[in-house]
Design a protein around this ligand. Structure first.
Ligand code: SF4
Ligand code: MSK
Length: 655
């Protein structure tokens, strides 16, 4: 028997892992047990960049390496352990930045089609945001229509990918001091595609062989993701699908319904999900489902697409990354519809054991053994309808072997930057002032971004929850995205009532006064750009220094697994944030490179990396960093506790 509790802290997941075992269905949890990680690749000491290799240059175990031994630790071409580890690390950045940015490009294409009137099912949903974006980008507003303004914005954003000269436009939204640092370090991002291509070129055999210089381009490429591809994706998605505002929903496998057609949309890009949300409410389609014996259509999300439609429509979430196969194992899933990123190939094998139809929808991501049904933005509704009909037609094929865990949790999501601004400051004077004031007076100790994936090498959701609970207990407000956000929601940390139960007294008071949860769901992976904007807004509101690196703030990804997470981490570090990763660290094969990332970087960028697999210790490292920043700002004395009476609370409201 396997130790199921060790695999997940989520009761729904544990129940489905047991069901899989009984039914002899192999999942990611089994594969992780059978496939031990390669120790040489794990420390970044394997190079396969040319056919003279692969070369392995592992760090000697259990003994100090002499300088002579170190000098001999090279690949066939003479590449040192530092160069090899750095090349491997920055290639992860290039892949992560490419993934986010190609998502951004797809959004721009859909946005442009909409502006040209060629994507008839999409429209500008948030006019305010469109106009704000036009002002940010210098697009003329005048008496032009939304379509005309949107077309100019689309063209400008399109150019951001391929431009050869000049700076990325969205990077101008960073605090001025941050931009100065980028200029001093010569890493101000240029065209998005250019940064990815240059990084791939520089890591080719025989090009850039100085680990610090490789990291310089790695930083510039990551910044082109955070302040470019990801930010473009988030901003245009908000214009086209609506900027999220607080919404109540539910999360976990218990959202699946025995008597309805269950359809899960899994992946990252929201356009298809948006249309599925519309189509699944269509009375005609519901009638069709009824004709097949179902009571209706139940749409749920998985991974970041789930976050997108939860944030905007309150569509329930079935689970995060490590639950994708488990959703099929319920036996209640009629269709698993996927687009791009974080989709395990194992889904196809698991789906074969059940009646579930696995449907791929994007030309860039086919899976052997699945059915391909292309999603066409120009005929979005028809494409979505065909997919929903396929799910409905599969409903009668369900067998009796259905078990849906009775586990689901309420969640309040939808905390975009604009919403936080409004909730804190009010409609007419939206600002971060009350947040800054509460940090200055010490009720809130600081802010942490806890983001990222699940990883089958550590207990599913365990590290996220241990870290987040430790942070909020110590009065640190947590902003979160991605699968970490879903972990927090499943653990009941995303309802306002959680403040009283889990927070330190200062944070609890503020959350209760404003009526927000202590852990704020800010969206999907690309929406980490919202955290950059929020951090910039805090700097601009004043009182907490003049750069993101001055803020009492820290970042973490305790269960990271994807290359996108490395790119996100690097753009946080390059934006001045102390960032701690858990589970494993991919550069330990080179002490010099690791020391540069964990220490040297801070001198250049104000932010730095750290690694700590123990989530409680990691939380305390973050708190220590937050306290260091409070001290530097001279607000460390302010952390005295104040008990609020009603009058004081009203004053807080009126700030
Ligand atoms: Fe080996 Fe150098 Fe080729 Fe890498 S580039 S595989 S270290 S010879
Ligand atoms: S889905 S990148 S596992 S957060 Fe964005 Fe989750 Fe990580 Fe994928």
């Amino acid at each position: 028997m396997v130790d199921k509790e060790h695999k997940s802290i989520d009761q729904a997941a544990i129940e489905m892992i047991e069901k899989a075992e009984k039914e002899d269905v192999r999942t990611v949890f089994d594969r992780a047990e059978q496939m031990k990680p390669c120790p040489i690749g794990g420390e970044g000491s394997c190079c396969s960049n040319c056919a003279m290799g692969p070369c392995r240059v592992p760090l000697p175990k259990n003994k100090e390496e002499t300088p002579e031994e170190h000098a001999k630790r090279t690949g066939v071409c003479g590449a040192t352990a530092e160069t090899i580890a750095a090349r491997n690390f920055v290639r992860k950045i290039a892949a992560g930045a490419a993934a986010h940015s190609d998502h951004g490009r797809k959004v721009v294409e859909a946005f442009k089609l909409m502006a040209e009137g060629k994507a008839k099912d999409f429209e500008v949903k948030d006019e305010q945001k469109l106009l704000k974006l036009a002002l940010d980008l210098g697009v003329t507003i005048g008496d032009r229509s939304n379509q005309e303004i949107a077309l100019d914005i689309a063209k400008m954003c399109e150019t951001e990918f391929g431009k050869q000269e000049g700076d990325l436009l969205f990077a101008r939204l960073a605090p001025l001091k941050r931009q100065e640092i980028w200029r001093q370090q010569d890493v101000y991002p240029r065209g998005i595609d250019r940064e990815v291509v240059e990084l791939m070129h520089r890591t080719h055999m025989g090009v850039d062989q100085d680990y610090k210089n490789l990291m310089k381009q790695g930083t510039r490429c990551a910044l082109a993701d955070g302040w470019g591809g990801s930010m473009i994706a988030t901003e245009l998605q908000d214009c086209m699908f609506g900027t999220p505002s607080p919404v109540l929903s539910e999360i976990n496998l218990g959202v699946l319904k025995e008597d309805m057609v269950n359809l899960i949309i899994h992946g990252h890009e929201p356009a298809l999900a948006e249309m599925l949300a519309v189509v699944s409410q269509d009375p005609e389609i519901i009638k069709y489902a009824e004709s097949k014996g179902a009571k209706g259509i139940n749409l749920a999300g998985m991974c970041c697409t789930a976050n997108e439609i939860l944030m905007r429509h309150g569509v329930p979430i079935a689970g995060n990354f490590l639950q994708q196969e488990l959703a099929i194992i319920t036996g209640a899933l009629d269709a698993m519809v996927v687009d791009v990123q974080c989709i395990m190939q194992g889904l196809a094998d698991v789906a074969k054991c059940f009646h579930t139809k696995l449907i791929t929808t994007d030309e860039r991501a086919h899976i052997t053994g699945s059915t391909f049904m292309r999603f066409d933005e120009q005929n979005a509704r028809e494409s979505a309808e065909a997919i929903v009909r396929a799910a409905i037609e599969n409903f009668p094929n369900r067998d009796k072997n259905v078990r849906i865990p009775r586990v689901k949790t309420p969640v309040v999501a939808g905390f975009s930057h604009e919403t936080i601004n409004y909730l804190l400051g009010g409609l007419f004077r939206a600002s971060y002032r009350p947040l800054n004031d509460n940090i200055i007076n010490g009720r809130i100790r600081g802010v942490a971004g806890v983001v990222g994936c699940n990883n089958a090498r550590t207990t599913h959701d365990g590290d996220h929850i241990a870290m987040i609970k430790e942070l909020i207990k110590n009065d640190v407000l947590v902003l979160t995205t991605g699968c970490g956000a879903m972990a927090a929601a499943k653990a009941g940390l995303m309802v306002p009532e959680a403040a009283k139960e889990f927070c330190g007294p200062g944070l609890a008071e503020v959350c209760e006064t404003v009526g927000i949860p202590p852990v704020l769901h800010m969206g999907s992976c690309v929406d980490n750009a919202r955290i950059l904007i929020a951090a910039s807004a805090m700097v601009k509101d004043g009182g907490l220094g003049d750069d993101i690196s001055d803020l009492p703030a820290a970042g973490a990804a305790p269960e990271w697994m994807s290359e996108k997470a490395i790119s996100i981490g690097q753009y946080f570090v390059g934006s001045g944030v102390y960032t701690v990763f858990g589970t494993t660290w991919p550069t330990t094969g080179s002490k010099e490179l690791t020391d540069y990332l964990f220490n040297g970087f801070e001198e250049q960028y104000g932010g730095k990396w750290d690694f700590e697999p123990d989530p409680i210790k990691a939380a305390h490292k973050m708190i220590e960093h937050i306290d260091k920043k409070r001290k530097a700002l001279g607000i460390d004395k302010a952390r005295e506790r104040v008990l609020y009476d009603m009058e004081m609370r009203r004053q807080l409201d009126a700030v």
